[in-house]
Structures are given as structure tokens and as C-alpha cells.
Ligand binder design. Sequence first.
Ligand code: GDD
Ligand code: MN
Length: 370
Amino acid sequence: MISVVVPTYNEAENLSELLERLDRALAGRSYEVVVVDDGSPDGTAEVARRLAGRYPVRVLVREGRRGLSSAVVEGARAAGGDVVVVMDADLQHPPELVPKLAEAAGRGCLAVASRYVKGGGVEGWPWHRRLVSRGAVLLARILLPEARAVRDAVSGFFAYRRECVANVKPTGLYKILLDVLVQCKPRCVVEVPYLFGLRTRGRSKLGTRHIADYLRQVLALARWRPLKFAAVGASGIGVALAVIHLTSFLPKPVSVALAIETSLTSNYLLNRRWTFANRRTPLLAGWAKYHVATAVGNGVNYATTLILHLLGVWIYAAYVVGVAAGYVANYVTSELMVFIDKNTVNQENCEDTSARMRTHRQVPPRGPLS
Ligand code: GDD
Ligand code: MN
């Protein structure tokens, strides 16, 4: 049996079309719909109970609003199928996709309806909404290796084994798929493209407080690694200043080099043992790579510290400015050497290009970095 879990808050107007379309899409299959309502004032639960005469619907009512994620988990606990399909009630998730998702989940895979694979998309979103959504996905992909398994890790439309979804502990209010990815560790995933439509009835429940909640959730799932990394970096400054102090009898170029190497190594060891404790990084190979990853910044830090010191700046202050300069250098080299803008005009073709630009587009010529 397929259990479709639908969290609802003020969706009375959408239920009848949702259930009708689900029933048509799942014709000939055994299924149930579990509506999990958080005491909607618009009477969603009563409407659902009324429709239960016509469709296989069960209604779970929780008192007080407690969030989409925990509603999904409670729905999965109450469900009777081996597979649960999780979807919104407002028809932004097309019910016609449910059989395909359930079929993939039946094979043991996590099936995700995705806006960000070929053939998928969003309808009528302004650029800033797209940007926030893309930013959210990108952040999850950088911080959570598990989120890299799918393109749309924040989708609210997916299917998986019931028993696993039922045992998830929600870490946020509404991105339950992230919890499923991290806590269930599915052995295979299938992404099915879909068009996230516009809501025609009722209103979205997501607001700005959900952005803060999302950041907190991603950080928590990442076990606070970015904060640990920053704390380690701060400890590294302390280590370096101590080394400069203890080696003050040495010439400054040697003392500063020792300070940078010592803090690099203490940062590396702390990150290996603490920030990235679960990654099993080989000690020496990781140490070598850490040198490469921090080379430009450390070189600039070294040069800046010594130059400022030569100019008469107190060595400890010079070192702190050096660290800041190293940070800026890392940014600039990333921008100009790693994440290159392929559209900048090449010097040799400058004449040609600008001439063409002037005749055809009336745009002033542009230099390589302007
Ligand atoms: N039980 C319960 N409790 N349900 C809730 C709550 C709650 O606190 N908040 C929202 N819901 C229900 C809504 O009634 C709807 O059925 C569904 O959860 C999604 O809420 P919307 O308010 O329509 O969210 P959205 O359209 O902005 O975003 C949705 O789609 C995104 C793209 O797939 C959410 O599902 C997001 O999680 C998802 O990323
Ligand atoms: Mn919606």
C-alpha cells in the first residue's frame, strides 16, 4: 500500500481537488491519504473528515501549530503503507507524479520530485525568490555531503520507506527532506522533474522566520562545522601571536614563518580531530593539502606582517593585519584564478571586439578587468 502524507494548515479549499486528482492518479492501486492538520482555524480537518466518505482518507489532528516537518514524521508513524509519499496540499506539487515516486521508493530508493533537474522548474517566481531558493540549495550542498546526492535537496515532495521517515528526528520546522537525506542515508536516489506551480487557493505559510530556521537547521545537520572552523581559526591567531612572543630573540622573518607554520599545523590538527572528526583524513596527506589550500593567504600574511613590521608597526598588530590581508588575498585569487569569469574580453582581441561593440551596440569599449 502507498501512504500519501499531507501536512495541512488552512488548506480547506484545496482538499477536494487534491483528493480527486490523487484518486484518479492512483486508480487501481491500494493507497491511503494521511492528512496531518495542526488545528487549522479554517476547518481543514472537518473538510477532510467529510471527504473521507468518498476517498480513503485518515485525519490526524494536532493541537497548536508545530511545523510541517514534525507533521510529516507523525503522519509517517500513523501510516500503514511500506512506502510514504510526502506532498503539500495546495496543488503546487502535481498529484499525477505520485505513482512514479512511489514506484521508485518501492524499489528502496529515495524518490525526489525536483525543480532543479532537466525538465523541472518553477512557475512565475520573481528573480529574488529564485535566488533565495538556489542559495538555500547551494548552502546545503556545501555544508552537507548528503545533500549533494540530489539537485533539489529542499523539495517538499518525495517518497521513501515509511519506517525510515517515521524514525527521523526533525531538526528544523519544514525542510524534512534534509533530515531524511542526512539521517536515513538512502542507498540510491531518483529525481523526477516537475514544475512547481503557482498556488491558486489559500496562502503560503512560509515567512522570513523560516529563513533563520533554515540556517539553524543546516548548521545543526552540519554539526556546527562552520562555527567550529571559525573558532579554530581564532585559536590559530592566538597560537601565532604566542609563537612570535616566544621566538622574539630570532630575526622576525624566521619568527613570523614559524608562527604561520605552527598555527597552520595546530589549525589543521584541531580541524581534523574536532571540526571534521568523522572524515578520517590521512594525517600527513591532509596536512600537505592544507598547506596548498592556505598557501596564497599565508604567503600574503607573511609578506604583509614583515613589511608592516619593517615600517615600524608593533609585530603583534602587524600579524593581525597580515591575517586580514591573507583573507583578502584568498578571496581575490579565488575570484580571478579559480572561479574565472569566461566573458571578460581578451586583451589581444580588444581592438576587434570594441570596434564591433561600437558599431553594433553603441557600447563603450571594456578593458579586461573593468
Ligand atoms: N501540519 C502543518 N503544520 N502543515 C503545515 C504547516 C504546519 O505548521 N506549515 C505549512 N504546512 C503545510 C501547508 O498547508 C501545505 O500543505 C504545505 O505544508 C506547504 O506549505 P506552503 O506554505 O504551501 O509552503 P511553500 O509552497 O511556500 O513551500 C513548499 O514547497 C517547497 C518546494 O517543494 C514547502 O513544502 C517547502 O518545504 C518546499 O521546499
Ligand atoms: Mn505551497
